[in-house]
Design a protein around this ligand. Structure first.
Ligand code: BGC
Length: 728
């Protein structure tokens, strides 16, 4: 509702923060509290900062997005979102700053622990579930960082130079899904430039795409300190600037309106949105159930860890086995990342304590300077806790290697030489290389960053109290150099060129047939699963209904992820070898079968056509594939789609092949050209059946000029009528 009672000055000051985390209370408009996110609350009572430097109130640290990504389970994301929502209500929070749905373009991005996946469907599905859970508790979400914020290096200035098809197919869909399906209260726009224009001042991004195409009607909030030119940002569609600037930028808005450079209606529009958001302000209510949330954090963590390798059934560990536990992280858990998402946990479980509670004979050494080799030699099973230290990866900077610290590789290798069975448990936010030690060990359990209950969750998984059901949300390559962004990360001289286009992560590895250590989607269990009875029915407007049966063929209860990929080379653009288009996680008792139905909408088959400026389903052949990972397809079914009939408008600049391919104009133009040929040209054409191929890429005006030079009669204006015909 319009607020004629507010002065221009008051309205302008509603559009920026009062301080780090709150907005201003003006007249009867209440102040809002916006705090991080995304895997726990970071509420600072004293000094505020957005880099995780100062203390915050204790809150439950849930599994990070890198871990939740590996759960492949929207219920995990939703439960986590709802729990954060409950904690936020206790603290009187209006908006919690998450989830982050940026795509993991490079394994080096320092903030990958805060993002879900290299795949946009997985990221978008989990992000949407998180938002539903959070907002179901009445607390607003802030899906971030829009858009193309895929690195930390030079993050406040760098221009992500990305072609539009790649933006639409890879970097936008997770945001699009969250916005259109879960309706987040706010979208946080990123620090970086997108194709030269700061995200905060990018009208195409913030208004044309976000609002006009996707129908977003909430508040666009800046990332903290991202605004360069307040008036330009407001014009582009950025409503709320955070944190506050002491009124400096509010005054700039007022002055711009007075100078006639900014319509007051633009201010009013953003004020309306901010006022609507203040409807979510509620006083702090209730108390935090620390124990219940810790137990939840543990249960969710067990859903996330990925069993990468398990030779000789080394895991689960029998309770009577003697176990040597080795490594720093067994006693000082590594469970979250550094920066603005850093949570002050209510308590922390350590793996050593939890293992001691399960096993009968447990010894421990921190590293090689202790008696690690001796205790490993004596034990039935050795479990090495390895990974990255918090300082190795963080918001604010990227890594320059994916290697594990050399000391840890050394430790693993020396221990593996003497131990009867070696298990490695990994804790890290971004991908770490397994090369140099992978073949020396029997089992690898990848925990990513599992939150404050990681120690207890890992112990449950090691002893089979819980069955691992996580799957990789990103590829583990053999070498950093194999990653498709390798030559274009993190860019140079202010630009990072997304030269790999849509071939991000597994899309590249599968298309270029590059061998990887573990593919996207990989994950083992203590039971086994089989896939059968795949059936695909094409329905309606290039959509399909898929049904497939999953069976637990092993001896224990487990969860299986049905991964559905679509493969095609239909259409005029290069398609990835396969793309994840649907998935479902199902719990199965031993011997149990479940039939899973998955719906594929048009978008599952479409590519973004930059010439037409829209999604197109190309007519042709498609294969629906069920995979145990992106590299292991276990069932497939071919289908044919009618697709969209595309008649591209022709001009004299269009290549000859487009003219001939046009369903109406093609036959006419071929006749006209043949008729205009001299006898000699016609004979030559007859003698050279390939002539059409040879001239296919010539623009029509060049082609007619060549024909004319050798005597054919084909004036440019002879085509005017055909060009008109092509418009229909
Ligand atoms: C981060 C955001 C965060 C904000 C507030 C920024 O540095 O990029 O993700 O929400 O700070 O702490």
């Amino acid at each position: 509702m319009p607020r004629p009672d507010l002065t221009l000055e008051q309205k302008a000051s509603l559009l920026s923060g009062k301080d780090f985390w709150t907005t201003k209370a003006i007249a009867d408009v209440p102040s809002m509290l916006l705090i991080d996110g995304p895997h726990g609350l970071r509420l600072q009572d004293a000094e505020g900062d957005h880099l995780g430097l100062h203390d915050s109130r204790p809150a439950t640290c849930f599994p990070t997005a890198a871990a939740v990504g590996s759960s492949w389970d929207p219920d995990v994301a939703a439960e986590l979102g709802a729990a954060i929502g409950r904690e936020a209500r206790v603290a009187g929070v209006t908006v919690n700053l998450g989830p982050g749905v940026n795509i993991k373009r490079s394994p080096l991005c320092g903030r990958n622990f805060e993002y879900y996946s290299e795949d946009s469907l997985l990221s978008g599905t989990l992000g949407a579930a998180h938002v539903r859970g959070l907002q179901g508790e009445g607390v607003g979400a802030s899906v971030k960082h829009f858009a193309a914020n895929n690195q930390e290096t030079d993050r406040m200035r760098v221009s992500a130079d990305v072609d539009e098809r790649t933006l639409r197919e890879i970097y936008f869909p997770a945001f699009e899904k969250v916005v259109t399906e879960a309706h987040p209260a706010t979208v946080m726009c990123s620090y970086n430039r997108v194709n030269g224009v700061l995200a905060t001042q990018n009208r195409w991004l913030l208004t044309d795409v976000l609002r006009d195409e996707w129908g977003f009607d909430g508040v666009v909030v800046s990332d903290w300190g991202a605004v360069n030119d307040r008036v330009a940002a407001l014009r582009a569609g950025l409503d709320l600037e955070m944190p506050g600037t002491g009124g400096v930028t509010d005054a700039e808005i007022v002055a711009a309106v007075h100078r006639g450079e900014l319509a007051e209606a633009v201010v009013d529009r953003s004020v309306q949105r901010v006022l609507a958001l203040t409807g979510r302000v509620t006083p702090a209510t209730g108390t935090l159930d620390v124990e219940a949330h810790h137990a939840l954090a543990k249960r969710l963590a067990t859903e996330c860890a990925v069993l990468l390798k398990n030779e000789r059934n080394t895991l689960p560990i029998a309770p009577e086995a003697s176990v040597a536990v080795i490594g720093e992280f067994a006693v000082e858990a590594r469970f979250q990342g550094g920066g603005s998402s850093h949570v002050n946990p209510t308590r922390v479980d350590t793996a050593l304590d939890a293992i001691r509670a399960q096993g009968t004979s447990v010894s421990h050494a921190r590293g090689l300077d202790d008696n690690a080799v001796e205790i490993a030699r004596a034990a039935d099973v050795t479990v090495v806790f390895a990974g990255l230290r918090e300082i190795d990866e963080s918001e604010g900077y990227d890594r320059d290697t994916i290697a594990l610290p050399a000391g840890q590789v050394d430790l693993i290798r020396q221990v593996a030489t003497v131990s009867r069975r070696t298990v490695v448990v990994l804790s890290h936010g971004g991908v770490v290389s397994l090369e140099g030690w992978h073949d020396d060990v029997d089992a690898i359990l990848d925990g990513w960053l599992l939150g404050q209950a990681s120690g207890a969750a890992l112990a449950d998984l090691l002893y089979g109290i819980a069955n691992p059901s996580g799957h990789l949300a990103e590829t583990i390559p053999r070498r950093l150099q194999d990653n498709p962004s390798y030559l274009n990360f993190p860019g140079e001289q202010g630009h990072v060129r997304y030269g790999e286009g849509v071939m991000v992560g597994y899309r590249y590895y599968e298309t270029a047939d590059v061998d990887v250590r573990y593919p996207f989607g990989h994950g083992l269990s203590y039971t086994t699963f089989e896939t059968s009875a795949l059936s695909v029915t094409v329905t309606g407007d290039d959509e399909a209904q898929v049904s497939v049966t999953a069976t637990n063929t092993g001896a224990v209860v487990g969860k299986h992820v049905v991964q559905l990929y679509v493969a095609t080379d239909a259409g005029p653009v290069r398609r990835p070898a396969r793309e994840l288009r649907a998935f479902a996680k199902v719990a199965l008792a031993p011997g149990e079968s479940r039939t899973v139905g998955l719906a594929l909408g048009r978008r599952a088959f479409a590519y973004y056509d930059v010439e037409l400026g829209r999604w197109v389903v190309a007519p042709g052949a498609y294969t629906v594939q069920i995979g145990h990972s992106a590299a292991e397809i276990v069932a497939e079914a071919p289908i044919t789609l009618t697709g969209d009939v595309i008649t591209r408008q022709l001009s004299l600049d269009s290549p000859v092949q487009d003219w001939f391919a046009h369903p109406v104009v093609g036959p006419l133009v071929l006749r006209r050209i043949t008729e205009s040929m001299t006898e000699e040209q016609a004979k030559q054409a007859d003698d050279t059946p390939d002539w059409l191929r040879m001239v296919a890429s010539l623009p029509m005006h060049q082609f007619t000029r060549f024909l004319a030079m050798s005597g054919a009669h084909l004036p440019d204006d002879a085509f005017a009528e055909l060009i008109d015909l092509s418009k229909n």
